[in-house]
Structure formats: C-alpha cells, structure tokens
Ligand binder design. Structure first.
Ligand code: FAD
Length: 502
C-alpha cells in the first residue's frame, strides 16, 4: 500500500526547462512546497545568465547533483524517480519507486529522446546527454571511420569537432547544417569544414561545465543509447557548448577528413556477412584508402552508395517524451513533431497540466518573427514563463498574464565551425510568402550576412562572423521600420549602419 504525498506544484524533468520552472516557482511561492521529479540523477542549472541584446541571451549550464537545487531553493524537493503514469482525472502521478504524488498544478518538462535509425543496433548510437557522449567518446577512441547521419546542430558540431577519424556525413538536404543556415551560408562554410585545424581556437564563448564523473555509471550510459522504444531513462539534453572540452579523437593521424553525401537517407544498416554473401560493392570517397578493410558495420544510402565504418552516429533530431503522459489522458499532440500542444500560457489541453521545453509544441498564434526550435534558450524561457502562469493560475488571475517578451522575436546565438552565428526572427524566411527578398553580403572566410525583407521591412537575419550587426538588426525587426529607401545601402560595408539608424 503506497501513501500519497500532495504538493501545490509538481514539475517533471531535471533539464533546463524543469529546473528553471522549479527554481522560479520557488522564488514566486516561497511558502509552498514544490516537487521536482527527475529520471536523471544529475540536473541542469543555468548560471551566469546575461542579456546580449533585448532578445539574445547567453548563459552557462552546470550539471549538478539534485541536492544542490534543494540547498539553493529549500522549498524545492527533488526526487530521483521516474514518472510511470499520469492520472490527470485524479491529479496523481505514479512513479517507478511505487510512490504516488498528487498536485494542484503540474508542469511536464520531460524533454525528448533521440530519433535513432536502426534502434538497438550495437553499432548505431544517438547523442542526447552526458552519458551518451561518454559512450560516443569511448567508441571514437578506437575508430578510424564513422558515418554521421543528420543535418542539424549536433551533426554540424561533430563534423567539425571530430579529429583523427574519417567522417562520412550523410544529409537529406542539398546543403549542410540545413536546420540553421541556408545554402549560401553552407557554401561559405564548405572550405572551412575541410581545412586542417591548427593551434588554439579563438574567441568562443564556450561556457559548459558538464561532468562525466563517477556517479554516472557506464551501465546507465549503455542503456541510454537504446532511446525511446528501448524504454530507457534518458538524462537531460546537452546544451550549446556540449562539444567543448570533450576530446573527440579517433585513431588516424590526419586532423580532419569529412566527405558529405547530399540528398540521401539511410536505406539499410548491413553487416560484413550481408555484404559478402550478397556480393555487394562498397564505396570509398576519392583519395581515401579503403583497401583490404573490413568494417564492423556498413550503411547503404538511398543513392545506392554503401560505406563501411566502425560505427554510425544518428543525429536526426528528437522525439518528445510524451507516451507516458498521453497514455490514458486526453492531451492534444502535434501531428508533425509529436510535442504536447500548449497555448499562450503554456497550458496543455488537460486541466491543471502545463508543459515546457523540448516536450511541448507551441500551439499559440505566434508572433510573425518567432518560431519554436528545440533549443536551450527556449527551454529556459518556457520553463520560467510556465512557472509564472502556474502561480497566477492558483491565485485565479491567469488571464491577466501577458506573454513574455522573449516570444516576440526568435533570437539565438551559437557557433558553427568556430564562427559566431546569430539567428534573428525568420532567419531562413520560414513560413513566409514567396514575395520576400534576400539581401546578402559575403566576405570569404570572414563573414556572411543575410537579411530577409518583406514589403521593405526586415523579418529576419542570419549573421555569421563578428559582424556587430545583431543589435541594430534586432531593432529593425522589432520596430518594423520601412527600409525601402535604405535598401541599397543596408549591407554596404562602408556605411556604419548602427550610426545610420541611431
Ligand atoms: P531535457 O534536457 O531533455 O530534460 C528532460 C528531463 O526530463 C531529464 O532530466 C529527464 O531525465 C527527465 N524525464 C524524462 N522523462 C521522465 C519521466 N517519465 N519521469 C521523470 N523525469 C523524466 N540547444 C541549443 O540551444 N544549442 C545547441 O547548440 C544545442 N546543442 C545540442 C547538442 C546535443 C548533443 C543535444 C542533445 C542537444 C542540443 N541542444 C542545443 C538542445 C538543448 O540541449 C535542448 O533543447 C534542451 O536542453 C531541452 O531541455 P529540456 O529541459 O526541455 O529537456
């Protein structure tokens, strides 16, 4: 017989969204007890938060023990326990340790699990959390060739960061890093990607403090690679600078060797036995030596090319962790991305239940310059905003809460191939009518600046390199000034644009 414990607020998930939500709830409700339930033993904490511009933000992420959060916010109780069932009619959660918790308001911040091709295959891994990075590192240290599948941020970082190992990079688009940049920008990066890397890397705001210490057992790590269908407990997702400080070295001497296969998907994962018994012929990129090499695993691509490698990294995005919550409850779930739909107050379709971060789908009428991307900064923003809404809800004035300014305009700063990359508004003209215009300025090896205009007004911008344009362009997107008279000069490098619009 299990006893039931009651909390005013319960948050599920020890990632950025869940921890931010619990911390903010703690500040807003110092007299209430808040429960944070997390399937991972380590939680993610945001530190050194700073605003770079009105909408661009930077912060560090620290991976901490659950006890640190309780020490910092004494009214937050953190339990390392996996939620197995939600009974939303009774407002009760059932956990893997046979406990039951009831709530007034619940926020689901359960994140996502990597989509893995050939799930469960011993030579295919996904990267999601600190534990899976450890598995990846160990495998890489004995590898001379990998196949990397996917075209988002993780794949891009890996393609650049991996040293001493050949990388066959299979992408379904006709240009690299498609999730973040356009074809022009990927052409800008192409020569940089294949260049030898020498000396110290410069200027990067690398801010991560992940621990791969002893309390993370390799056993957990191996289980975590099984992903969603394998029913494993995944840890929190990594953040922007996850690759920094993590040695990624294979066994060959050359620093960098990447071959990109464009417009392809993986058709089959094959064993050496299948290659030999069916007399299948394998490929090798020009000038790479494949003679007399047998590989532990082979990948057949949809263009017919078959490559052998030591292992495959599947970096093809995440599936929101919704199954436990949707089973037996009437959550509206987005058909395309599988996230739990939330409204402008982060409320799901189930009463008293909120959701934030990677697990949710922004179902409100968004601003014309904002879009959802499953990113670190949005997990923090959603977690914080959800806590304000939950607090207002218990006090009966939710309707008075207006949306946070951060949802006004999309803004993200990151680094690809050692270049600063700033994404503002509809930086790739996402969802815009065909009548938009693009203005582009490129200085080879130095900067790439693209502006998206519609009816003479700026809707988005992509800035690569030290352009110093982010603040001015952010203002131009937010104030929607008619730029028709200035269009021809907007990207003129001889004009101080900041001065111009001051
Ligand atoms: P998560 O961090 O996934 O946390 C989910 C939490 O829920 C975990 O603690 C998990 O244990 C817990 N949980 C799940 N199910 C249950 C359950 N049933 N019961 C209890 N607890 C449960 N973002 C960027 O902005 N820039 C980048 O460059 C970038 N690079 C990335 C690189 C990698 C390799 C990865 C994997 C992600 C990257 N991201 C990046 C994405 C970013 O890390 C995520 O968007 C963000 O961390 C999501 O936070 P979250 O709190 O929503 O979910």
């Amino acid at each position: 017989m299990t006893s039931e414990m009651h909390f005013q607020f319960v948050v599920i998930g020890g990632g950025i969204a869940g921890v931010t939500c619990a911390e903010t709830l703690s500040h807003l409700n110092p007299d209430e007890k808040i429960l944070l339930l997390t399937a991972s033993p380590l939680i993610k904490a945001v530190t050194n938060f700073r605003k770079v511009t009105k909408t661009l933000e930077e912060f560090d992420v620290e991976e901490r023990s659950m006890f640190d959060l309780h020490a910092q916010c004494p009214n937050v109780i953190v339990a390392h326990d996996r939620v197995m069932k939600l009974d939303s009619a009774e407002r009760i959660l059932h956990t893997s340790t046979q406990k039951q918790y009831s709530y007034e308001k619940l926020c689901i911040c359960a994140g996502g699990s990597p989509k893995i091709i050939a799930e469960g295959h011993p030579h295919v891994i996904g990267i999601r959390d600190t534990e899976t990075v450890k598995v990846f590192q160990e495998k890489l240290s004995n590898a001379s060739r990998i196949v990397l599948v996917g075209n988002g941020g993780i794949a891009t970082e890996l393609a650049y960061e991996i040293n001493g190992c050949e990388v066959i990079w299979a992408i379904k688009d006709d240009a690299i890093t498609h999730t973040f940049i356009d074809k022009g920008a990927s052409q800008f990066f192409a020569p940089i990607m294949s260049k030898e890397k020498h000396g110290e890397r410069k200027g990067l705001v690398k801010r991560v403090k992940y621990r791969l210490d002893d309390d993370v057992k390799t056993e957990t790590a191996v289980k975590a690679t099984k992903g969603r269908k394998g029913g494993s407990v995944t840890g929190s997702a990594l953040g922007p600078d996850w690759a920094e400080g993590i040695p990624m070295h294979g066994v060959i001497e050359e620093s960098h060797r990447v071959h990109v296969e464009k417009c392809v998907e993986v058709k089959r994962v094959l064993s050496l036995n299948e290659i030999e018994s069916n007399s299948l012929s394998t490929c090798c990129p020009p000038l790479w030596d494949d003679s007399n090499r047998d590989w532990p695993v082979y990948i057949e691509l949809t263009n017919g090319h078959i490559y052998g490698c030591d292992f495959v990294v599947s970096a093809t995005g995440v599936n929101p962790n919704v199954d436990i919550f949707t089973s037996g409850n009437k959550f509206d779930v987005d058909a395309a991305d599988g996230g739990i739909i939330v409204n402008e107050h982060m409320q799901t379709s189930v009463s008293h239940v909120y959701a934030a971060g990677d697990v949710c789908h922004a179902g409100w009428q968004t601003s014309p310059y904002w879009l959802q991307m499953r990113l670190w900064c949005q997990a923090r923003q959603m977690g914080a905003f959800a806590s304000h809404c939950m607090t207002a809800d218990v006090h009966g004035h939710l309707e008075e809460i207006s949306q946070d300014f951060c949802f006004e305009m999309f803004a993200h700063v990151t680094r690809f191939f050692d270049f600063k990359v700033v994404l503002l508004g509809k930086f790739n003209a996402q969802g815009m009518e065909k009548d938009h215009e693009l203005l582009v300025r490129v200085t080879e090896g130095q900067e790439y600046v693209k502006v998206v205009l519609q009816d003479g007004r700026m809707h988005g911008a992509l800035l690569i390199g030290e352009t110093d344009l982010e603040e001015t362009f952010e203002n131009l997107i937010l104030n929607q000034m008619d730029l028709t008279p200035f269009k021809d000069n907007l990207l003129d490098p001889n004009i101080d644009i900041e001065d111009y619009f001051d």
